[in-house]
Design a protein around this ligand. Structure first.
Ligand SMILES: *Cc1c(COP(=O)(O)O)cnc(C)c1O
Length: 425
């Protein structure tokens, strides 16, 4: 089944916005013996022996992370984006405190969510969540209404402890600069969750949260940042100790050393190739959005040119719903995800049958695709959704379209095929 999966992806158009394809060097680090070791604690202060080389790699990993994101402090141990967020909740708030975050139809992630939705912040750390007012036309947080809401919360004795920016449906930068002085005047800790846009920030093509007033930056290392699955926390030296303790012993025992090594390689790749990559990602996203809009699709964020990130969101209610469209496209080897969009919850739609789909161009860009390929992809999507062609009939066209894009670009070594199955026995 593993081999079948590799073959399928070799022949597919992978458009899941939270995914990417790592380089051969990253894949090699993942299968190294580091994956079988423990290195609890901080380099030089480990709980066990056997960490001579692990410590050297981790020191290098932290130094590369700091250089890439121009940060004073880096903790490379959180094993995922969710764990990185939990580090922030644990370090800077107590159960019962209030956090300001985006709702899911407004782009928020379930790790910022309420207890009643089994969201991590509420369920695991006992935070009360208050949603940012959202401007659906501009597809971002409403600055003036947010200020008003914070003042109302203060009057009700519910002043937030943390303001969480960033999200999962994330087309345009969030107003960190516009809100940071205001939030700081109330002593609110500002965290920016860059899980989706970390690679664009690293490549200097999105916003720069640590310069705009964010205190800390959390992320996954495998979305637009093209590394192994993992997490990362960045910030300022003054918060270093409290973050270190929250990560270990608070939220990790083993911190998945093989992924740590692979993160170091990813940071080096991003320092070298990240800018060119991020530029092409954004060009591709705009090209795909424009081509889809030209075919008559309702692309969100039209007023602002559809997108400034790696993502595109479509409202597909003219044809069916996000769930049906996701399934039909999958039959044509086009892999996307259904997406709750603004207005869905009010209209009674749910996560299984939402109004939208989300497309991401991170992985196809890493495979070397450019603007002209985006037009072809838009046309495949039109064939399935608007023309209602039998998706199975399209598979052979998708396969031949994919044939020329089988190597990972924007990395040091391109010997191994992107989806080549590695056999060790
Ligand atoms: C994907 C995502 C996460 C979760 O990251 P994992 O690495 O899968 O744990 C956290 N926050 C946001 C905004 C995300 O989109």
């Amino acid at each position: 089944m593993l081999k079948e999966h590799h073959k399928w992806f070799e022949h597919s158009i992978p458009l899941i916005a939270s995914e990417n394809i790592p380089s051969p060097a990253v894949r090699e680090a993942i299968i190294s013996d580091f994956g079988n070791r423990y290195a609890e604690g901080w380099p030089g202060e480990r709980v066990y022996a056997g960490c001579v080389y692990i410590d050297k790699v981790e020191v290098e990993c932290m130094s590369l992370a700091k250089k890439l994101f121009k940060a004073e402090f880096a903790d490379v141990r959180p094993i995922s984006g969710v764990v990185a967020n939990l580090v922030i909740y644990s370090a800077f708030s107590n159960p019962g405190d209030v956090m300001l975050a985006s709702s899911i139809p407004a782009g928020g992630h379930i790790s910022h969510g309420k207890k009643e939705h089994s969201g991590t912040a509420g369920l695991v750390h006992g935070l009360e969540i208050e949603f940012y007012p959202f401007d659906a036309e501009q597809m971002t947080i409403d600055v003036d209404k947010t200020k008003k809401k914070v003042e109302e919360l203060k009057a009700a004795n519910k002043l937030p402890k943390i303001a969480m920016f960033g999200g999962s449906l994330f087309l345009f930068p969030h107003p960190v600069k516009e809100l940071s002085d205001f939030l700081k005047s109330y002593n609110i800790h500002i965290n920016y969750d860059a899980a989706h846009v970390a690679g664009l920030i690293a490549g200097n093509q999105f916003q720069d949260p640590l310069r705009e007033g964010a205190d800390t930056l959390t992320m996954s290392t495998h979305k637009t940042l093209f590394g192994p699955q993992g997490g990362l926390v960045l910030g300022f030296e003054k918060h270093g100790d409290v973050i270190k303790k929250a990560t270990f012993p608070g939220l990790t025992s083993s911190h998945h050393i093989h992924h740590m090594a692979a993160k170091a390689i990813t940071f080096a790749e991003s320092l070298e190739f990240g800018k060119d990559y991020a530029k092409q990602v954004i060009k591709n996203a705009k090209a795909l959005a424009e081509a889809l809009s030209d075919f008559g699709f309702k692309v969100l964020g039209e007023k602002r040119g559809f997108t400034e990130s790696h993502q595109i969101a479509l409202n597909v209610l003219d044809y069916s719903d996000g769930g049906k469209v996701e399934g039909d496209l999958e039959k044509a080897n086009i892999i996307v995800n259904r997406q709750l969009i603004p207005g869905d919850i009010k209209a009674g739609r749910n996560y299984f049958h939402p109004g939208g789909i989300r497309l991401g161009v991170s992985e196809i860009t890493r495979l070397g695709m450019k603007e002209s390929e985006m037009k072809e992809i838009a046309s495949f999507i039109k064939n399935v959704i608007i023309d209602k062609k039998n998706p199975k009939r399209l598979v052979s066209n998708v396969k031949s379209f994919r044939r020329n894009y089988q190597k990972v670009q924007y990395c040091f070594d391109k010997k191994l095929g992107a989806y080549e199955y590695v056999k060790l026995r």
